[in-house]
Design a protein around this ligand. Structure first.
Ligand SMILES: NC(=O)c1ccc[n+]([C@@H]2O[C@H](COP(=O)([O-])OP(=O)(O)OC[C@H]3O[C@@H](n4cnc5c(N)ncnc54)[C@H](O)[C@@H]3O)[C@@H](O)[C@H]2O)c1
Ligand SMILES: Nc1ncnc2c1ncn2[C@@H]1O[C@H](COP(=O)(O)OP(=O)(O)OP(=O)(O)O)[C@@H](O)[C@H]1O
Length: 310
């Protein structure tokens, strides 16, 4: 990351408790001579003019806020540092606003690393013309237009028909999204440094019911298999992008942009964070700072001390 001269601060527009925190963060940066631009009410297009001139963005909220910030920042290669004021905050880095000052000191001392994560692009074509397009950090979901409505979807992998799903929806996820909706419907967990697309159907009926992980660089095409079917929806990171007709074709591929996150935890944080945030009932019982190498060398040491004649 370049030297911090200007930082963007993005609060959660619908959660007023984030506003005073954003102002405290702004004054702590200004006291250190760093310029700021603060947004309380914003969407991705509002911030893009300012975001291109910052070296880092601070997102204050939960995962949804992080994804909005990441989608706005990715085209400008601006990394996002998340302060959790949401419920789960799986991708945020700073657990509580009170930890901000210590975190800022570490960033200014260069004691951080940047995690880059793949994004996907969904393009919707109607009569051969591009009608909608969006990047996603987590996932693209193609579903019926209401609860309990099954859709029949033809899936194409690398341009060729692969299968037809009878399902509530199909989720096309990034490795980041593998711990979100895809996880809830039984999909596998992928480490965030992979660059593979994951396809998981939700409630498939007498059709392919397993998740598929594609090779790096592969693309997915989705089209209604039923010419007469009317309502379908396309949702990107939980936000409805639009409706689909039975003639529309959706193509999903790796985006040319990557999201990047400022990390202060160790590079091996991901698996531990799964346990901390997704399985809070499992306690570490003092094993948190024990490595496998420690256990093996302690065992060698104890065995070496044992009297072979005993
Ligand atoms: N049944 C489900 O689990 C379900 C249903 C719809 C959407 N979603 C997910 O919600 C995402 C949007 O998140 P949001 O926070 O804007 O909406 P939201 O506020 O509705 O939150 C959905 C929940 O999923 C968690 N979450 C989101 N992304 C995650 C990730 N990558 N890893 C672990 N947990 C994650 C959030 O923290 C939150 O608890 C969508 O991309 C989709 O994956 C999940
Ligand atoms: N800038 C924004 N503008 C409009 N809506 C937003 C914005 N940021 C977040 N939201 C929406 O508000 C909702 C809740 O936000 P967010 O996900 O950040 O908090 P949360 O749900 O409490 O946290 P988590 O997702 O970590 O459980 C989400 O649906 C999110 O998409």
């Amino acid at each position: 990351m370049q030297e911090l001269k200007k930082v963007g601060i993005l609060a959660h527009p619908k959660r007023k408790a984030t506003f005073p925190v954003a102002q405290r963060i702004e004054s702590s940066l200004q006291k250190r001579g760093i310029k700021t631009c603060l947004y309380e009410q914003w969407d991705e297009t509002d911030v893009s003019d300012d975001i291109r001139y910052v070296q880092m963005a601070v997102a204050i909220g939960g995962d949804g806020t992080m994804f909005r910030a990441a989608r706005a920042c990715a085209p400008h290669n601006v990394p996002v540092l998340g302060v959790n004021m949401g419920r789960l905050g799986f991708v945020t880095e700073i657990a509580r606003p009170d930890d901000w000052d210590a975190a800022l000191d570490r960033v200014l001392a260069g004691d951080y690393w940047i995690e880059s994560r793949m994004m996907i692009t969904a393009q919707v074509y109607q009569d051969g013309t591009l009608k909608m397009q969006s990047d996603a950090v987590n996932d693209v979901v193609i579903s019926g237009d209401g609860p309990g409505r099954m859709v029949q979807l033809d899936a194409y992998i690398d341009n060729h028909w692969t299968t037809t799903y009878n399902t509530d929806a199909i989720i096309i996820a990034t490795p980041t999204g593998s711990t979100a909706y895809a996880l809830a419907v039984g999909g596998p967990i992928l480490p965030p440094d992979l660059k593979n697309i994951l396809i998981v159907p939700t409630a498939p009926h007498l059709s392919m019911d397993r998740a598929i992980i594609l090779s790096e660089g592969s693309t997915v095409g989705v089209k209604s298999a039923d010419e007469n079917r009317n309502g379908m929806l396309i949702t990107v990171d939980g936000i409805q992008l639009g409706t689909l007709t039975s003639d529309d074709v959706v193509r999903i591929s790796a985006s040319e942009h990557s999201s990047s996150f400022v990390r202060l935890r160790s590079r091996s944080y991901f698996y531990r964070s799964l346990l901390d945030r997704l399985e809070p009932r499992i306690t570490s019982s003092g094993k948190r700072n024990v490595s496998l190498d420690n256990i093996i060398s302690m065992k060698q040491h104890t065995d070496g001390q044992r009297d072979p004649e005993a």
